[in-house]
Design a protein around this ligand. Structure first.
Ligand SMILES: Nc1ncnc2c1ncn2[C@@H]1O[C@H](COP(=O)(O)OP(=O)(O)OP(=O)(O)O)[C@@H](O)[C@H]1O
Length: 260
């Protein structure tokens, strides 16, 4: 069977720093894949390459049978793939609702909006309904009229997920969705992601938190210095030699300690 997301031989260097080398990853529809690895191993860079924010030096990315590695980021969103960012920054003058609505991809152009054409009004109503529904799903209804910049770090992450979902993606890639998030909100994020997956969404999640990974992910792919060193179930990570080597060789605490 063809992979839903098929990443082949991706390479990326910044100057003399070879950040990704011959990276192969295949993801099946409906999976929740954790993308793991020590700091600086290339996880965010791989996410950026897949979603068109960083061009690869070599390799191909196919999504649902379509080659996407030469497409601009906004075109990749139109193929059904969306992403969130590690540190979402929010505009100070827009409300939570307005930020969510601005993420809607369908539009009728500046003139349609200015002239208030019927089509533009229908589109705006649809975007408003969709934003209201998603803000409710992600528990942001009580803060929908606040300035987006006033949200807590965790709420900004939830709003980042709402914005990504406005494009109605079939695959969602998340960069550290629970880093620095209060445990209560973390539970909400876990529940929201599990609900999305139950509705058919395929998820790829960069994450350091082992509790989260064990709870949410169906499979883990581990990067070490730009190479894929493991693809296994979360409960197999702690006994995987190459994973242990990757974390033992890195500076700082490693997430596998959290699995003890
Ligand atoms: N735009 C860039 N220009 C130059 N170097 C970069 C750029 N983006 C990433 N790098 C380098 O690529 C390497 C991998 O970074 P990346 O952010 O992909 O790692 P990561 O695994 O996501 O790390 P972390 O877990 O700390 O977020 C690092 O050495 C980083 O400095």
């Amino acid at each position: 069977m063809n992979a839903f997301l098929d990443i082949r031989q991706i390479a990326k260097a910044f100057g003399g720093n070879q950040v990704l080398e011959a990276v192969d990853v295949q993801i099946t529809r409906g999976e929740i894949v954790g993308l793991l690895g020590p700091n600086g191993s290339g996880k965010s860079t791989l996410l950026n390459v897949i979603t068109g924010f960083t061009p690869a030096d070599a390799g191909t990315v196919f999504f649902d049978g379509q080659r996407i590695d030469r497409l601009a980021a906004h075109r990749i969103v139109q193929t059904g793939m969306a992403r969130t960012f590690q540190l979402p920054s929010m505009p100070t003058r827009m409300s939570v609702m307005e930020v969510a609505m601005a993420a809607a991809t369908a539009h009728h152009g500046v003139f349609g909006t200015l002239l208030g054409t019927a089509a533009a009004r229908t589109t705006e109503r649809a975007a408003r309904d969709k934003a209201a529904h998603l803000l409710n799903e992600l528990l942001l209804t009580p803060v929908r009229d606040l300035p987006a910049s006033a949200l807590s770090g965790g709420q900004k992450k939830l709003l980042g997920i709402v914005c990504a979902l406005m494009a109605e993606p079939r695959m969602l890639l998340l960069d550290e969705p629970t880093a620095g998030v209060h445990p209560n909100l973390r539970r909400d994020i876990v529940a929201a992601l599990q609900r999305l997956n139950a509705q058919g969404m395929t998820l790829v999640i960069v994450e350091h938190d082992m509790h989260f990974i064990r709870e949410v992910c169906t499979r883990c792919v581990v990067l070490d210095r730009g190479h894929i060193v493991a693809s296994c179930r979360p409960d197999q990570l702690a006994s995987n030699e190459r994973v242990l080597q990757a974390y033992l060789g890195s500076a700082g605490a490693h997430p596998l300690e959290a699995s003890a």
